[in-house]
Write a protein that binds this ligand. Structure first.
Ligand code: 5GP
Length: 181
């Protein structure tokens, strides 16, 4: 294990099984519909790629980028769109794909914003969920795994831009928060 990792919380094989389970469920729920997966950058880029390949239904993908964190580990509550969708989602079935739902502030904002564009339906799929930390009540239709109130990195999730490439979900050692990878 790398010295900057204190503990592996979720192994890559558990994550792969989680993606397969979510893919089967979503494919069954949308059996006769076409969906647009909307990945929330940057954190969701790895999950989005895995989830998309576990779907057996026709889908399109698009991305948007929002900024809700500085370089710290807690939500600032400020959500800013830094890259909008390329596609018109009016009349389409969309699934917002998130890496993690924490306070729910980001998702709440996104759901409201995308709802104004009149899609046929909106669902949310998150890889990880920290329900203990929720500040707003927001519907999450598909949850990969619930996790305890720990700051995690890997599988797309970063600390100060680093560690997104770790294949397992990990908890950083205390001296890595701010140190070099
Ligand atoms: P929320 O608005 O729900 O508080 O935060 C959502 C965003 O905060 C996530 O998309 C992610 O970028 C970031 N975030 C929340 N919890 C964690 C965590 O444990 N680790 C990392 N790396 N990012 C987190």
């Amino acid at each position: 294990m790398a010295k900057y990792v204190k503990e592996i919380l979720i192994r890559r094989d558990e994550i792969a099984a989680m993606c397969r389970r979510l893919g089967e469920k979503i494919s069954a729920d949308y059996a006769d519909r076409e969906v647009i997966l909307i990945g929330v950058l940057k954190g969701a880029y790895v999950f989005m790629a895995d989830l998309a390949r576990c779907l057996t239904i026709p889908c399109r993908v698009d991305f948007m980028s929002v900024s809700s964190y500085g370089s710290g580990t807690r939500s600032s509550g400020v959500v800013r769109i830094t890259k909008d969708l390329d596609m018109d989602i009016t009349g389409k079935h969309i699934i917002i794909v998130e890496d993690i739902v924490d306070t729910g502030l980001t998702l709440n904002h996104l759901r409201q914003l995308l709802g104004t564009r009149k899609p046929a339906s909106i669902a949310v799929c998150t890889a990880f969920d920290k329900p203990e930390r929720r500040k707003v009540n927001v519907t999450v239709d598909y949850v990969g795994m619930q996790i305890p109130d720990e700051f995690i990195v890997g599988y797309g999730l970063d600390f100060d831009g680093k560690y997104r490439n770790l294949p397992d979900i990990s908890i950083l050692s205390d001296d890595s928060q701010g140190g070099a990878q």
